[in-house]
Ligand binder design. Sequence first.
Ligand code: ATP
Ligand code: MG
Ligand code: MG
Ligand code: MG
Length: 433
Amino acid sequence: MRLSRYFLPTLKETPAEAQIVSHRLMLRAGLIRQHAAGIYTWLPLGFAVMKRIEQIVREEQNRAGAQEVLMPTIQSADLWRESGRYEAYGKEMLRIKDRHERDLLYGPTNEEVITDVFRSCIRSYKDLPLNLYHIQWKFRDEVRPRFGVMRGREFLMKDAYSFDLDTAAARHSYNQMFVAYLRTFARLGLKAIPLRADTGPIGGDMSHEFIVLAETGESEVHCHRALLEKPIPEGVDYDTDLQPIVDDWTGLYAAADEMHDTAKESELGDALVTARGIEVGHIFHFGTKYSAPMGATVTGPDGEAVTVAMGSYGIGVSRLVGAIIEASHDDTGIIWPESVAPYHVGLLNLKTGDAATDAACASLYETLGPDRVLYDDREERAGAKFADMDLIGLPWQVIVGPKGVAKGVVELKNRATGAREEVSTESALARLA
Ligand code: ATP
Ligand code: MG
Ligand code: MG
Ligand code: MG
């Protein structure tokens, strides 16, 4: 993409309303524009990152055996009356009436919708296990929308729902998502810690929040230091018993604030980390909480009706854009991990209009591929080009000026380390291929 044609409305001034660095950088680097409180338009650069995150989430869900569907954003209130949540959900739910005065709502989550699909399609235990997910917009009328897309009112979530014959099978589905989450966040360049979370009246140990450490996070985290350095499981066969992996991860102490056991503070001493964090995912086994009132049953092996055991598994896709920036930036701007970068390379032409420099840039641009390169071909000062490129945080910069072109060299800069080296055009191409 040529920057001269790209819709990238960057801001020179730091917006006053933005309290945390990710929000400031998302506005300054032209990723989003606020439409109303907690509601945003995604501009090309921000949208490109969000789609990359979405794709990694999708690949890891598929790998773990979940199947993608797409449920509606607008839901019927009657389903929520069946589950008993219509009144209980309170003011966070956006309630709507259609022209016939029927009650609708903008879905804050989808347990009811998916349970309704399940009960109308699945009859036999032989069709289990089943895990269905979608990546869809949600609306929650948060009391205090803030921190940009981190706590929006409209936000993009991946939510998966598992259906099993009994708790033992449901535990396997839960473990599949647990492992998939470890892999997903690692691929996004994040260190996400699974914390034991409150299961409410259901009890048990099957609820974990995945938290990325960040000073601006809204959750308090208590965990064993060793969790921060644990290697991510690779090459997992999701059909085998995953309990050993889950036990390995949950064996070290890690709890959300409301689950924290203060006795651990003296027991663990220096090994205990207490910090702030951002909730990027949440997995939850809730048994028959929705299947029982909504009548989601299957015929079991002995011919009897069995109420299915369910779990739900969320990832905040749009929140992750902010969380990644919180985890990866410096004073000059964003530093995208390669896996989510909107473009791999920023190509800087330091003397637009100079025939030799233009030709060298055009050739690099074509060879590297316009889909992977953002080419700054604007007639701007070099300083402004450097600042903008650092701000938007592409992993690599190729800096091309007339002096270098005369010698057949360009400058290659790594955004994360700041390291710059002069290399031949050929070796720059080879390095970035
Ligand atoms: P929070 O504690 O931050 O309010 P939650 O526990 O209410 O989140 P869940 O119902 O567990 O959220 O939803 C699954 C995921 O959706 C969360 O882990 C989070 O990443 C994301 N999410 C929830 N609310 C928002 C929001 N208002 N804006 C952006 N992402 C959100
Ligand atoms: Mg919430
Ligand atoms: Mg929460
Ligand atoms: Mg949660």
